[in-house]
Design a protein around this ligand. Sequence first.
Ligand code: GDP
Ligand code: CA
Length: 362
Amino acid sequence: MTLSTPRTDAVRPGDAPTVTGADAARPLRVTLLAGGVGGARFTRGLRDLLRRRDVPAELTVVVNTGDDMWLDGLRVCPDLDTVMYTLSGVVHEEQGWGRREETTRVSAELHAYGLGWPWFTLGDLDIATHVARTELLRRGLPLSEVTARLAGRWEPGARLLPMSDQSVETHVELADGSGTVHFEEWWVRLRAGVPARRFVQVGVEDAVPAPGVLDAIAGADVVLLPPSNPVVSVGTILGVPGIRDALRATAAPVVGVAPIVGGAPVRGMADACLTTIGVETTALAVGEHYGARSADGLLDGWLVDTADADAVPALAAAGIEARALPLLMGDAVGEDGLTATEAIAAAALDLAGLGARVASAS
Ligand code: GDP
Ligand code: CA
């Protein structure tokens, strides 16, 4: 390599600055930190937007594994599976998790033997994923390789990485003093109805980011926080030693999408999680909780719903550039020719300064 070789991709006056030369030749690198349903749907919209616009891209999704557990002898990774199924077009769309058109005969048999959790049903096709994962883990492969092997069957259009190869399980200390339960028991059996005193990430001190995670953050053109649970999805990922620092250090802009609309979660009980950590259930408070990069936080930009537009000046005052637009993800195509989810993804990239790079070619 000769350092003195003149650049032939020099930007001429009038050129859009970000679409010429080497930058345009290599794929856009987008890294996302995701939980289950919200993260999966957003990532699918982003992938579809970039395909629609013919933008070559490398998407990496760093997925929360704090909800993982052993059940009936199987390693179950709810968020990884939701992301994999959603991106692969086989998810049970209404439920948001599990496989479309599956039965629950195997779970029913296991329950009849007194195994498993009676309130937690796994579909039969989903169980095949857990059997395959467990077998590959038993052969000694780390979860990151197992995940790549499982995803290799599908064409998710994104690289899926567990946040860590080590087990980190979110446990919930119940506020009524009745004990500590696995996150899934609190979420699914108790419907977050018993307040949580504290979330404990069992094993997190000894966990390291899975191979590829830190590089994906450092080498990204943009890092996105999709509308995932800020406490038990994104918060858990950020708890893995090294990941928060990598986000603080990356040269890429970091832009998030508020999971709270009009003072309430769109689905699920994120309000109960936020209350436990002393954060109000508003788009403003969650943005401030992540904080501005200029003030020891993580965010350069934050999208809020139009219902929360009055938070934009306060976020700006806190050092976070915010924009308001409809944030309910959906598949109906609007006047701009994009689905609602794609439009949110486009706005996130635009806020990150990548608008010209992903602008419609037509
Ligand atoms: P989980 O692991 O399945 O709970 O999924 P995530 O952690 O990815 O996402 C849950 C969060 O996504 C919840 O706080 C929801 O409020 C949020 N969410 C779900 N659907 C939407 C949506 O259409 N728009 C927005 N803005 N947030 C959403
Ligand atoms: Ca989850």
